[in-house]
Each structure stands twice: as C-alpha cells, then as structure tokens.
Design a protein around this ligand. Structure first.
Ligand code: ZN
Length: 208
C-alpha cells in the first residue's frame, strides 16, 4: 500500500539562507526557498496548517490513549518501533512522554492521533504545528493519521519527518521529485517499509 501525504504548498519568492552543506544531495529541511512561510499555530492565516522544525533535539512524543482519537495497541506499537529504530539513531534524543504537557513553554513535542480531521481529501495523514515557538520552530505538533490500517511504519516515519521539519522533494533545494527514492520515507506517496535514509538523516543531524 502506498500512502499519500499532502501538505499545504508554501511557495513564496523570498530567499532563505541555504542551510545544508553536508553529504545530503538536497536540503529538505524547513525552511528552504520553496517552504519558508513563518511557523505559526494551526489555522492562522495565511499560512494555514503547516509543520516546521521542532524546538530542540530532545524529542518527546505522546499517543492519544483515550476517546475517539486514541491509537489502538497495534498502532502504538508501530509508532514506538519507528521512534526507537528510525528516529532515535539520529542526533535527536527520542522518548515517550507518559505525562504529556499541552500548555506552557515545554509541551510534549509530537502528539499522535488517529483521526481524519484536517487530513486533506485523498491523503492518509497530516502534520501541523499547534503552538509555534518562533518563526522556525514549533513547541508542539500534531500528527493525524486515518484509522483502518493507515498507521503503517512508512507513513509514521513520513509524518514524524514533517514534525521535525523535513519536506517533500518539490519543496527541497534543489528541487527534486516527490517520488525521488533518495528521500526515503519522505517520498510521497510513501511505501510501508520506508525509513529515513541518508539524506533525511544528514538534514536532521545538521539541524539539531
Ligand atoms: Zn508529507
């Protein structure tokens, strides 16, 4: 199964200082010249629902565990697997936050929900900032993925990538295809087994 992820296009003519100068073949870390609107809270105009960088290298996450948006055990196990085996090996320090914070200046960084609210038509998931820390960084981002088996490792990796600032190929600099295999799980559509691969890891480790 291939899962499609649609993020709101954020193209402007404003130049952004180039960030990546490592082995990465393209800079797909927000901001780029093709994704550089300021990080804002969800629903703010004109930016809408966007993801941006997380606020520091300590990445905490929580999975909704009650009510209509809770993750089933199978989904929770997949999120935990991806966080432990795909994101923890980067320069990020990843941990499950069993006592999540939803206010203040040190909120739990990523909140996973099983929900279709805000997921664009034709897509399987969405990631957006709930509380911007500054113009680049977000204190808390939400990941919503549809139920019915859509919580797959590849899409979890993809949306979590957005939650730490990674972009699709058509917003990378230089621009590449959204289907460029070198983008690993940030490829769109994404296959179940995709992981970060070198380009995404270089961009994460160069940022955090
Ligand atoms: Zn995406």
């Amino acid at each position: 199964m291939k899962a499609v992820c649609m993020t709101v296009a954020v193209f402007t003519a404003v130049a952004v200082t180039a960030g990546a100068a490592w082995a990465a073949f393209t800079d797909n870390m927000y901001p780029t010249p093709y994704a550089n609107l300021a990080c804002v809270d969800e629903g703010s105009t004109p930016n809408g629902y966007l993801s941006c960088q997380t606020d520091n290298a300590t990445l905490t996450y929580y999975m909704d565990s009650g009510g209509s948006n809770m993750l089933e055990t199978v989904d929770r196990n997949r999120v935990n697997y991806v966080m432990e085996h795909v994101f923890e090996p980067t320069d990020l320090t990843v941990s499950l936050d069993s006592t999540p914070s939803f206010s203040g200046s040190a909120e739990t960084d990523i909140v996973y929900e099983e929900s279709g609210i805000g997921v664009p038509s034709g897509a399987s998931g969405v990631t957006f900032c709930n509380d911007a820390a500054d113009h680049l960084r977000c204190d808390q981002q939400y990941i919503r993925i549809l139920g019915g088996g859509h919580y797959a490792n590849g899409l979890i990796c993809h949306e979590t990538g957005h939650a730490v600032g990674l972009l699709h190929g058509d917003q990378a600099s230089p621009v590449t295809s959204r289907r460029d295999e070198r983008l690993g799980c940030m490829e769109d559509p994404v296959s179940d087994g995709e992981v970060l691969q070198d380009n995404n890891i270089d961009n994460i480790n160069g940022t955090y």
